[in-house]
Design a protein around this ligand. Structure first.
Ligand code: S3P
Length: 161
């Protein structure tokens, strides 16, 4: 499995779709899979059951997806907070799409579908996650000032799939 990780707004879905088309494999998004599995929107799960409940279903969903046939899999930005998920990722090719926090705000703005964006501790979360992304990934790719196509080219140059 080729797995894309990174903060919200890093371009995991856009890049992931292009990369999957290039490689001739399906593109899968863990948030979409959580929604299909639960029949609820991610924002609804956060609002009605809380973040820990979302993280639990996210972890299970990702464990199933990682056992599926090869695909490009984009993980929700917070998936790496889970130590078990980080451990499972070690058996896969993991690419970290790096995005600065100011760029996140420009790219995704105030998005009601991303509950974590509205948290007052966004800066702290961002800082806490950086080492987790770096730890989980074999390759880190900077996205600032690059088009999705350029990011895809760099990924293909860096990983053997
Ligand atoms: C989250 C990121 C979102 C989604 C959920 C929580 C986070 O995914 O999983 O809203 O904690 O950073 P994207 O990174 O695809 O926006």
């Amino acid at each position: 499995m080729l797995v894309l990780i990174g903060f919200m707004g890093a371009g995991k879905s856009t890049v992931g779709r292009l990369l999957a088309a290039e490689l001739g494999v399906p593109f899968v998004d863990s948030d979409a899979a959580v929604e299909a599995r639960t029949g609820r929107r991610v924002a609804d799960i956060f609002a009605s059951l809380g973040e820990p409940a979302f993280r639990a279903v996210e972890r299970e969903t990702i464990a199933h997806l990682l056992a599926d046939p090869p695909a490009v899999l984009a993980l929700g930005g917070g998936a790496v907070e889970d130590a078990r998920t980080r451990e499972t990722l070690r058996e896969h090719t993991v690419v970290y799409l790096q995005v600065d926090l100011d760029e996140v705000r420009t790219r995704v703005g105030a998005d009601g579908l991303r509950p974590v964006l509205a948290h007052p501790d966004l800066k702290v979360r961002y800082a806490n996650r950086l080492p987790q992304y770096v730890d989980a990934a074999q390759v880190s790719i900077a996205t600032r000032g690059r088009t999705p196509d350029e990011v895809v080219k760099e990924i293909l140059a860096c990983v053997s799939v």
